[in-house]
Design a protein around this ligand. Sequence first.
Ligand code: NAP
Ligand code: MG
Length: 496
Amino acid sequence: MGNSNSKDGSSLEDFGIEYASAVESTSLVNIKDKYGLFIDGNFVESSSGKSFKTLDPSTEKPLSVVTEASSDDVDRAVRAASVSYEKYWKKMPGADRARYLFRIARHLQERAREFAVLETLDGGKPIKESRDVDLPLAAAHFFYHAGWADKLEYAFPQRKLEPHGVVGQIIPWNFPLLMAAWKLAPALACGNTVVLKPAETTPLTALLLAEVIRDVDLPPGVVNIVTGAGKTGSAIVEHPEVNKLAFTGSTEVGKLIQRSAVRRNLPLTLELGGKAPHVIFEDAALDQAIEGVINGIFFNQGHVCCAGSRLLVQESIADNFIDRLQKRIELLRVGNPLDKNTDIGAINSQAQLERIDQLVKAGIEEGAEVFKPSCSLPENGYWYPPTVLTGVQQSHRVAREEIFGPVLVVQTFRTPEEALEKANNTPYGLSAGVWTEKGSLIHWMTERLRAGVIWANTFNKFDPTSPFGGYKESGFGREGGMHGLAAYLKNSGGRS
Ligand code: NAP
Ligand code: MG
């Protein structure tokens, strides 16, 4: 990241060396003027004729027109999934289902560059992230779950396993393709058919995935992808023939969905928000910890549910740590997401930009001090500089509410007990990070931190074999690993 070549944080520009941009070509990507809904193996029109635009948040230019699925369209998709479940998928041996999943994974690898560029165009994330994180992980999720498809009875022995049938899945805009992979791969491996809704601002990679699904000859109706806004999502949630729901998004919408699912006794998994503590003890390897903190909060512009958004740093090293952190932030490149050197891309939407801005202003009003680097921001598009708020009290909104942007909130502590108390003082419980050279302190902290995923001396490490999910208002159920499989099978003994 950045272009530092000296320890005191000076940049190449300080030596009169000009920075040359390295912009990824978009020639591989063929964006259509208009996209239909992917129902029963075909791209079809909406019964209502309604559509909406998706744009490139780094330029505000429209990329394409996408069909808005009405409740009639959702009904068509659910029926296609239901027929396909009975006709093909339920009867198909696991080894044959695996073959389709392996094919999808290989197609994703073959077309990785095209997918990465499209993901960056539609959502604003830096190309180096979509290329090096989103795409490899999305393919890895299909490979991993393909491996389980014919071995489910070994994963959950002596149980009468059964798929749920039709699964409704709703995903957010921060990792559009990766979240589709997290949802689709385990559902299909376990023998379910799916109706999936991508987020309104980032539908294009899910629609390209629909093309892949058609190209690998997956039986029609096994996967249906319906685009639209909250109303389309709600039509999936309320559909009487959906047998299980899986949702990733805000706690607010998660609660609405939970209410509906409880009424009908539907199995449900919820992956919601977070406000992760990132705890740095005085004996930590500070250079590495700084890189970890930078990655923890600025990866994907901070649009990450498990972002390390609350820095808790031991008082004895706080001034030094924050000083070094700020020097490091000066080196981050904010700008064109297609430039391979970019560290921080565009904010996903105007609405999200307004929310970030509003929360930071609230923080300043409540008494926080703000640090922003001297970087210049592009004129068009949605941008927010990497920001650090210090002097933050536990009662401040910025310490309690999820900002979901490139904003780090700093608090200090004196003892491990105080660090723990502050870390757990949140309605969320998705992730946490601990930095110390003392193994016993890592164990002491990780046993007591109330978070679904805890990283020690690293941050943001993901793998399909490792279950991911939260406690409290961060949701319930796990994705990845055997826990993730359990959610897509009846009688697995796991939470579904
Ligand atoms: P959101 O408003 O909850 O949206 C998530 C998805 O739900 C989108 O597809 C959205 O459609 C749809 N939706 C909106 N209202 C709905 C309703 N009433 N019924 C059914 N579906 C509905 O959240 P967001 O603003 O897109 O995403 C940011 C939030 O997601 C953050 O809080 C973040 O922490 C959380 N998140 C959690 C995880 C995790 O793994 N735990 C991962 C990523 C994000 P539209 O796009 O059209 O609004
Ligand atoms: Mg878009």
